[in-house]
Design a binder for this molecule. Structure first.
Ligand SMILES: NC(=O)c1ccc[n+]([C@@H]2O[C@H](COP(=O)([O-])OP(=O)(O)OC[C@H]3O[C@@H](n4cnc5c(N)ncnc54)[C@H](O)[C@@H]3O)[C@@H](O)[C@H]2O)c1
Length: 264
């Protein structure tokens, strides 16, 4: 088991990558706090873990709100006495360029994706320091390291997550805190439905189109991102910090090459 007896706090754990990671972390022996804006989906994740014999608690949180994030951290401390792993994963997107994006949409995306990561780190790090160290994983995106059309606010937020994670890694390395960001390509999760960007049920057509963007010729699965996160959170990754790790089927390697030149 990679995470035996570790305490992991995961945001956005009611769906997609966060849910798969909560389940995987529990399978690896961690005690999990599954936090989400939607309390019922966080509770579903926690009960799935409990039914499989793991230990989990669910919490409602809006990561845009510092008071709520501080409460989430304090409730995790009350429940399990420490925080070894913080996985700042909640995220939303709006598929618009900067001219089309309204101020309200900008604030929504940047507050969830970037300010939420700031709040998580701000309130969890002091407990990690007192506990002798920890690991922070922040979900950025392939769109945080490469230009992607029509993702104005999202790109700004995710690029911010990448560089903020590097700075945090430097600031707290001597406190034995590692901090990394992960940069997924397109992962088949309900994010588009959750952000009301596509009608329910439209995913399959969207997924088949986006799969070909990746040199490996398919989209990723939330369980594959969960496996990466479990490794990065574990002591096996003990010398890894300050990096942005792509998990993108080769997109970051040069997906702009036409398919005929890259044999896919
Ligand atoms: N799916 C992809 O293709 C993809 C690609 C790159 C990066 N990402 C990133 O991965 C992360 C997880 O996305 P996903 O694909 O699993 O999406 P998802 O919609 O399945 O899960 C995101 C979860 O975050 C929660 N959430 C939204 N706003 C919140 C808030 N204010 N406070 C707390 N929770 C909130 C949602 O309720 C949802 O359960 C996000 O940061 C996303 O930007 C996803």
């Amino acid at each position: 088991m990679l995470l035996k007896d570790k305490v992991a706090l995961i945001t956005g754990a009611g769906s997609g990558i966060g849910r798969a990671s909560a389940i995987r972390f529990a399978q690896e022996g961690a005690k999990v706090v599954a936090a989400d804006l939607r309390p019922e989906s966080a509770a579903n994740t926690a009960s799935e873990i409990g039914n499989a014999g793991g230990t989990a608690k669910s919490l409602a949180v809006d990561v845009r709100n510092g008071t709520e994030v501080e409460r989430m951290v304090n409730e995790t401390m009350r429940a399990f006495g420490r925080i070894d792993i913080l996985f700042n994963n909640a995220g939303v997107f709006v598929p618009k360029n900067v001219v089309e994006t309204t101020e309200e949409e900008w604030d929504w995306v940047v507050d969830v994706c970037l300010k939420g990561v700031f709040f998580g780190c701000k309130y969890a790090i002091p407990h990690m320091i007192k506990g002798g160290g920890g690991v922070i994983i922040n979900t950025a995106s392939g769109a945080g390291i490469e230009g992607v059309p029509r993702l104005g606010a999202y790109q700004a937020a995710k690029g911010g997550v990448v560089i903020m994670s590097k700075g945090i890694a430097l600031d707290f390395a001597r406190d034995k805190i590692r901090c990394v960001s992960i940069c997924p390509g397109v992962i088949e999760t309900p994010i588009a439905e959750n952000c009301n960007q596509i009608p329910a049920g439209a995913s399959p057509a969207m997924w088949s189109r986006s799969g070909m963007m990746h040199p490996l010729g398919r989209n990723g699965k939330p369980e594959e991102v969960a496996a990466l996160a479990a490794f990065l959170a574990s002591e096996q990754a003990g010398f890894i910090t300050g990096v942005a790790v792509p998990i993108d089927g080769g997109f970051n390697a040069g997906a702009w090459f036409p398919p005929e030149l890259r044999n896919s």
